[in-house]
Design a protein around this ligand. Structure first.
Ligand code: ZZB
Length: 270
């Protein structure tokens, strides 16, 4: 599985991490959809998750799951092949509310929020959020925007979500009828995740089953039919320009390509 590991720069440190004040410190989010980075509105971590802080080449510090650091060590992404240097650790809950600078996002600053369905056994354990195109991200952001009780329970401040709305980055074109004069078979959709959550009545990050289903549809439509409506490749098909966005992020040093052995390989080697 190929992930794009996107570097979200920490722009204000939580009290517990003040020793990194003069360092380049990043939350590293693993994504399968680098082309959606224009639409980032926040970042997610698992409150109970154990994250490590790793010293990487160029005096940069990455916050992510240790398993990801280990994998990166064998992909020549650390200083020395096969080795990684852990300099600290931090609980997800400590990172909540941390402001970040996310590459390509139209927001100057996005906040780190909790997401309870993050698996620490996949990617980096850090997820960047694109509510226009990811149903889980939309359901979760809306929950925090609209439900004071959920915010209170999960220690989310309204300040971190109130000015952030999903906005269109990829359009799914409508289908025209083949018969002359007949009305269109479907209207274009400008935010697939918003559309799916509304149609499927998804209200919460806890609607896991429906979200799984919506994610599958959003992946397929976004890739096969999607056309950029925002960013550097407006009018181009996602299936064609997806890699251009990925390459751009890598070239500017805002992301790295990171592979994970697929689950079958892992279980066989146990
Ligand atoms: C940004 C993004 C934008 C994502 C989108 C998806 C979508 P999958 O398909 O199940 O392998 N993710 C990454 N790591 C984790 C984790 N440890 N736990 C939970 N979720 C995680 O999931 C890969 C996607 O799930 C990743 O791609 C990431 O969210 C999240 F518009 O990054 B994505 C239709 C999906 N759209």
């Amino acid at each position: 599985q190929e992930y794009t590991a996107v570097k979200l720069r920490v722009i204000e440190l939580p009290e517990e991490l003040k020793e990194y004040e003069d360092k380049d410190l990043f939350l590293i989010a693993a994504t399968l959809r680098p082309e959606t980075m224009y639409g980032q509105t926040n970042c997610f971590v698992l409150p109970d998750g154990n994250y490590g802080i790793f010293k990487m080449p160029g005096d940069q510090y990455f916050i992510m799951a240790e398993r990801a650091a280990k994998n990166m060590a064998y992909q020549d992404l650390t200083e020395e092949f096969g080795k990684y240097e852990q300099v600290g650790k931090v609980k997800g809950s400590v990172l909540i509310g941390t402001p970040l600078k996310a590459p390509l996002s139209k927001f100057e600053k996005i906040y780190t929020l909790p997401l309870l369905t993050i698996s620490m056994n996949k990617g980096t354990g850090v997820v960047t959020s694109v509510p226009s195109d990811s149903p889980t991200d939309y359901a979760t952001l809306m929950e925090y925007k609209n439900k004071a009780d959920v915010r209170k329970k999960l220690k989310v401040e309204e300040e971190w979500v109130k000015d952030y709305e999903p906005f269109p980055i990829i359009t799914i074109p409508g289908e025209e009828s083949k018969e002359e004069g007949k009305e269109a078979l479907s209207e274009p959709i400008d935010m697939i995740a918003v559309d799916l959550c509304k149609k499927m009545k998804i209200k919460s990050q806890k609607d896991v089953k429906k979200l799984e289903e919506a994610k599958d549809i959003a992946y397929k439509k976004g890739f096969n039919q999607g056309v950029f409506s925002y960013g550097d490749f407006i009018g181009e098909k996602v299936s064609v320009a997806k890699d251009k966005v990925k390459d751009m992020l890598v070239e500017t040093g805002d992301a790295l390509i990171y592979f994970e052995p697929d689950k079958k390989v892992i279980s066989r080697s146990k």
